[in-house]
Design a protein around this ligand. Structure first.
Ligand code: ZN
Length: 309
């Protein structure tokens, strides 16, 4: 068994105090050199009375902060240990974790656990990776709602789209990472703009024959299409099979665990599925995945009012 695996029992034993959880998170965040999130200064000292807090010594700053400051945990009164446990549960889940389940496990209200989970999902989308390049597959799909539960009159099909769902753009680098993003629509201008922000110029891009992708002809990319309607899934090297397996994971996780996701929050569920796809096999890399998630928590804040507005 890989040494990066950790059972729930061992996890609870290892992080059996708030001190241990804070120390773990601080080490990942600051690598041993406590840094003021406000001014970036490293001249800091522990707060005399507030546990787990530091003072910044810079005369212009004098900020008080903890390891939660400037992360999605910032406005939360819950201990870091609970956050770490929630992150562990998100990391280990194959499809995701429900707020009801987490509430029971932590002994908190479902409302509180829902906010926790939304913030962790927000962090999952904290993507500072470089752009995708090389051979890249691009596709879009519609996600959200549950078509079979909708009244017949609402089942309005508009081509490949469905009312009550949102278009999601998926981009996968062959042998590399996946990026998934909720987009405004699937018109040429929108897709072109989004692709330019994710894929490096000069890459080879494979798409299906949806007309909007004509925007990639004579662009900064080398473009090849796969004709799905003709059941031509693999034409030489050109295929979008890789990205289609991403849709399978995404739809299974959203429908299988969450049953219904409103369009307002959909992008966070998409973030989480992408994180899961990118961080590899759970069994072998659980601690790596947990550490990666901790690092993503930094630099992202999601205030209560933004979640409820
Ligand atoms: Zn400072």
């Amino acid at each position: 068994m890989s040494k990066t695996t950790i059972s729930e029992y061992s996890f609870l034993e290892r992080f059996n105090t708030e001190e241990k959880a804070v120390e773990f998170f601080e080490m990942l965040r600051w690598k041993g050199g406590t840094t003021c999130p406000s001014c970036g200064g490293t001249d800091t000292y522990p707060h005399k009375t507030r546990k787990f807090y530091y003072h910044c010594r810079s005369p212009k700053c004098r900020n008080q902060f903890s390891c939660k400051t400037g992360t999605v945990m910032q406005s939360s009164k819950l201990p870091v240990r609970m956050w770490l446990y929630a992150m562990y549960k998100v990391s280990i889940a194959r499809k995701g974790i429900s707020s009801l389940q987490l509430a029971k496990q932590l002994g908190i209200t479902q409302k509180t656990s829902w906010f926790m989970i939304q913030r962790i999902k927000e962090a999952c989308g904290n993507d500072t990776d470089t752009m995708l390049s090389g051979i890249v597959e691009i596709d879009e799909t519609y996600v959200g709602g549950l078509e079979r539960n909708k009244h017949e009159s609402k089942k309005l099909n508009e081509g490949r789209g469905v009312v009550g769902k949102a278009p999601v753009l998926g981009i996968r680098e062959r042998g590399g990472k996946v990026k998934v993003k909720v987009v405004e629509d699937r018109r040429a201008e929108t897709l072109k703009r989004e692709i330019a922000g994710i894929v490096e110029k000069g890459s080879i891009v494979f798409t299906d024959d949806w007309k909007s992708y004509n925007c990639l002809i004579d662009s900064d990319y080398e473009h090849a299409t796969v004709n799905h309607s003709a059941k031509e899934f693999v034409r030489g090297m050109a295929s979008t099979n890789g990205i289609e397996s991403v849709w399978a994971v995404l739809k299974r996780s959203i429908i299988g665990t969450y049953h219904h996701v409103s369009l307002k929050h959909l992008h966070r569920y998409v973030n989480e599925a992408a994180f899961r796809l990118n961080e590899g096999n759970v069994k072998n890399k659980l601690m790596d995945r947990l550490e990666a998630l901790c690092c993503k928590m930094v630099g992202v804040t999601l205030p209560y009012r933004a979640l409820t507005a």
